[in-house]
Design a binder for this molecule. Structure first.
Ligand code: SF4
Length: 654
């Protein structure tokens, strides 16, 4: 066996209450790295096609990346993966914090579940002990209470990943939480865990990852971290940077981009996290406003959006927080005396937007309360906020009456009603039961024209960035095997980084911004590279901070001596198998279409995105050609599958 991985995964059969270690050959790591690359290989091969993701045969697991648990910067992430209960496509979801490295410390490259427990259970893996234990004492608790109880019982050094009430209630927009509020939130994977009667995975290990050339590996880490953290910008620049949110109007007026020198970007992220985008994105119309049906500068203007600004949020910050091995630490812990919250996580941009601009809600304290409730219940803030926007529009148009909303007056910006509705969704109470599986399924229950207000891609609520600002987001929202995500390598969006500077030798075609064909090639390269970044366990923000010794770290960890072309091929293999999984499940990706509100059909008559409509079908065809897929239906071609050692897929697609 090579170095850099343990070469084994743990399978837990909840029906049989059995644990089995499965050895993984080195060749599999060379072809898929780890993380969701390893996940799609193992799940594709072992899970029966077209089953209900909530059935006992459904398989899901926890997959740290290849670099997760090492000292590599930004490498603290793990992925939960399985078939999405929300969309019926391939489903994966990513979380940071400290849980991913603990999987490695337990000596595994993944922990995978099948079957269903007869009664609520949790799994404890502590040193060499593996147990399936009764969860009756923690079932019904939120994830913070669950973590507290489990630590009382098993010691304060354990790490937990758990579902909250949303996952227990099989909400198809529920996630899985670790570190008291980091959530693998998208794709509804918490519902799979709930369907298996599995409350939590509890870990404490002491294994170490073998490193091929430890000295060189640590030197690379040290050099990178020093170059990013020393010589922080001087006080004047720092004070300007800390006022970035106040510059929102100027940024809109002069169409200034967000990219900048790595140290400045680091300072902004360290100070504000992603909430730096709250006011800027509303001003520039990057944020969807009023269920994607209004314009930020007019309908959620600066005097409202600034109430949610990063500067206002920062006043509540009591300490910085970040993921394992991260030199930036973009998270934060807040204290909010107004609602008696002594400690709660800093809300991310996506949460501030989906419960703020999307609902015309500028009550900051309500955003803190909502964020805390969503974290505790482990429910996806993007999907939940968007589902509430859907419900408000149904109410406004008479498709839901006040009697049907259990007395709630669902009007735009009514923060009290929004909080109450959120609680009902978490508990599946009254109207909350209709909304708990997201807006598309709710529209199927409510009927009439309510489907027009469900702004989803294949049932997944669309993330909080406007394709009329970042055009290729429309393409990834519509066609990625995990639809509706802003994290799926849209070339315009990820170029904020910019990804071109991330890895020496990785380059987008010169002039790609002005040439459609070159942009399609660039999208293919970006997509493939993004797969390996994820599968290595790096945070997507790692691309924001300039040059990173990615290849060198992998080679010093494993002794593989691979190059950028090898990485692109690995990424192509992973994305092709994710695509094949989704197609095997019967989802004709190429026939999907985004709601007109998202792509500007009809276009805005005024504001920053005036006159802009996005077309993406031809771009998809060009991208498919570059990927070696059929441009007409998105099916990977037989020769591509053979070339990528994915011959086992051919019988499923042809
Ligand atoms: S940048 Fe933020 S999200 Fe990414 S690893 Fe660091 S702390 Fe975690």
């Amino acid at each position: 066996m090579g170095t850099g991985f343990f070469g084994k995964v743990l399978w837990i059969n909840l029906t049989e209450e059995s644990f089995e270690e499965l050895l993984i050959p080195e060749e599999t790591y060379r072809q898929y790295l780890g993380g969701y690359g390893l996940a799609v290989k193992l799940i594709y091969e072992t899970m029966p096609a077209r089953i209900n993701p909530l059935d006992p045969e459904s398989i899901f697991g926890f997959f740290p990346g290849l670099l997760t648990g090492t000292a590599a910067p930004f490498s603290g992430r793990y992925m939960v993966a399985g078939k999405s209960p929300l969309t019926g496509t391939w489903g994966d979801s990513n979380s940071g914090g400290s849980f991913g490295p603990e999987i490695k410390k337990c000596g595994y490259d993944a922990i995978i579940f099948k079957g269903v427990a007869k009664t609520p259970k949790y799994v404890l893996i502590q040193e060499d002990k593996k147990e399936l234990l009764e969860a009756s004492g923690i079932w019904g608790l939120d994830i913070i209470e669950t973590d507290f109880k489990l630590k009382e019982k098993h010691g304060k050094f354990i790490k937990t990943a758990a579902i909250g009430q949303a996952g227990e209630n099989l909400s198809k927009i529920s996630g899985i939480a670790n570190d008291k509020g980091r959530i693998a939130a998208r794709a509804g994977l918490g519902a799979i865990m709930g369907s298996k009667n599995l409350k939590a995975l509890v870990l404490k290990g002491n294994n170490k990852i073998s490193i091929y050339n430890r000295d060189k590996f640590l030197e690379l880490v040290k050099n990178y971290n020093e170059s990013r953290t020393q010589e922080a910008p001087n006080r004047l620049i720092r004070s300007i940077l800390k006022n970035v949110p106040r510059l929102a109007k100027t940024i809109r007026r002069f169409r200034i981009g967000f990219a900048g020198p790595p140290k400045m970007i680091r300072e902004i992220y360290k100070s504000f996290g992603t909430s730096v985008g709250n006011t800027i994105s509303a001003e520039t119309n990057d944020s969807p406003i009023k269920n994607w049906n209004a314009i930020g500068m007019y309908d959620f203007p600066f005097n409202k959006s600034q109430n949610l600004s990063a500067i206002k949020i920062q006043k509540y910050k009591i300490r910085e927080y970040g993921c394992f091995s991260c030199p930036v630490q973009c998270g934060g812990i807040l204290k909010v005396p107004e609602i008696n919250l002594d400690e709660t996580h800093l809300p991310e941009y996506e949460t501030c937007c989906s419960f703020g601009a999307l609902l015309l809600n500028h009550d900051l304290i309500s955003i803190f309360e909502i964020n805390d409730l969503c974290n505790r219940a482990a429910i996806d803030t993007i999907s939940t906020g968007a589902t509430i926007a859907f419900a408000i529009e149904c109410f406004e148009n008479g498709l839901l009456t006040q009697e049907e909303t259990d007395g709630l007056e669902l009007t735009w910006g009514n923060s009290k009603a929004i909080v109450e509705l959120l609680k009902k969704i978490i508990d599946r109470e009254g109207i909350g039961d209709i909304l708990a599986d997201g807006s598309k399924i709710a529209a199927e229950k409510i009927g009439k024209e309510s489907i027009n207000y469900a702004i989803t891609s294949l049932g997944s609520e669309i993330a909080m960035h406007n394709p009329r600002v970042f055009p290729s987001l429309a393409f990834t929202y519509n066609y990625d095997p995990t639809p509706g995500r802003h994290t799926a390598a849209s070339i315009d969006f990820i170029d904020i980084g910019p990804i071109n500077k991330f890895q020496k030798g990785f380059r987008l075609p010169k002039g790609w911004k002005k040439n459609e064909k070159k942009k399609q090639v660039g999208q293919m390269l970006t997509t493939c590279f993004h797969q390996v970044i994820n599968s290595a366990g790096l945070c997507m923000f790692s691309t924001l901070f300039g040059s990173y010794p990615f290849l060198d770290l992998i080679n010093m960890l494993t002794d593989w001596n691979i190059n950028v072309d090898d990485l692109i091929k690995i990424g192509l293999r992973i994305q092709t198998l994710r695509q094949a999984f989704t197609i095997r499940e019967g989802v004709e990706v190429a026939n999907n279409n985004l709601p007109g509100r998202v792509t500007g059909h009809p276009p805005d008559k005024r504001g920053p995105t005036k006159g802009i409509s996005i077309e993406y079908e031809e771009f998809f065809k060009g991208y498919c050609s570059e990927m070696g897929w059929n441009p007409e239906n998105g099916y990977p071609l037989k020769e591509t599958l053979e070339e990528l050692n994915l011959g086992f897929v051919i019988k499923d697609l042809y």
